[in-house]
Design a protein around this ligand. Structure first.
Ligand code: HEC
Length: 171
């Protein structure tokens, strides 16, 4: 088939496909395609890149920031931290994101990042600003991580309660 023929066949396939989609889905899809998002060989590779440049390991992987990212192997990434962050909000702990993704669907993850109202210093405004495609890529990447899922991070403490373990004082 020549180029024009190929294009015509592809275009008619597109028309058919579009005709089968409900209007709401195609406009949501169109928006997802035009929102800025990371392009990589796979969604998982895109998610890995976003986690790396987004600094998620700095808090969610023990010893990552302190060692310049050199020490912890990927099998240890994003397992959460027992080192707290103490400020006017009390003490928060970077959660084990492997357990978080294990306990929610991809859509729930997108919703969590879009509406995130948790404690500092989690950079909620930054993850809110991520496009849906990037949020989904991060979910898929975390799901793909090698190694066991690790332990649940300690529960947050209210203001005035002294943490029993290590904690960084903020603000
Ligand atoms: C400066 C430290 C810090 C950085 C950087 C950080 N986080 Fe967090 N994150 C936290 C803390 C602390 C919490 C717990 C907040 C709370 O208890 O409400 C948290 C909680 C979360 C939660 C909620 C998990 C749950 O089970 O409720 C998600 C999801 C999350 N982080 C994703 C990310 C992603 C994705 C990145 C990278 C783009 C990131 N975080 C970077 C500190 C951080």
């Amino acid at each position: 088939m020549n180029r024009v023929g190929t294009f015509a066949a592809a275009a008619s396939g597109l028309v058919l496909l579009t005709a089968c989609q409900p209007a709401a889905t195609s406009s949501a899809q169109a928006q997802a395609d035009t929102d800025p998002h990371v392009v990589a060989a796979t969604d998982i590779a895109a998610g890995r890149y976003i986690v790396l440049v987004g600094g998620c390991n700095d808090c969610h992987t023990p010893a990552y920031a302190q060692t310049g990212g050199a020490q912890p192997p990927e099998s240890e990434w994003l397992k959460g931290s027992i080192e707290g962050f103490t400020g006017p909000w009390g003490t928060s702990y970077a959660k084990n994101l492997r357990l978080t993704v294990a306990g929610m669907t991809e859509d729930q993850w997108v919703e969590t990042l879009a509406t995130g109202t948790g404690l500092p210093p989690m950079p909620w405004p930054s993850v809110k600003a991520m496009s849906d495609a990037d949020k989904r890529a991060v979910y898929r990447y975390i799901k793909s991580l090698p190694g066991d899922a690790g332990e649940v991070a300690p529960a947050a403490l209210p203001p005035g309660v002294a943490p029993s373990g290590p904690s960084v004082k903020m603000g």
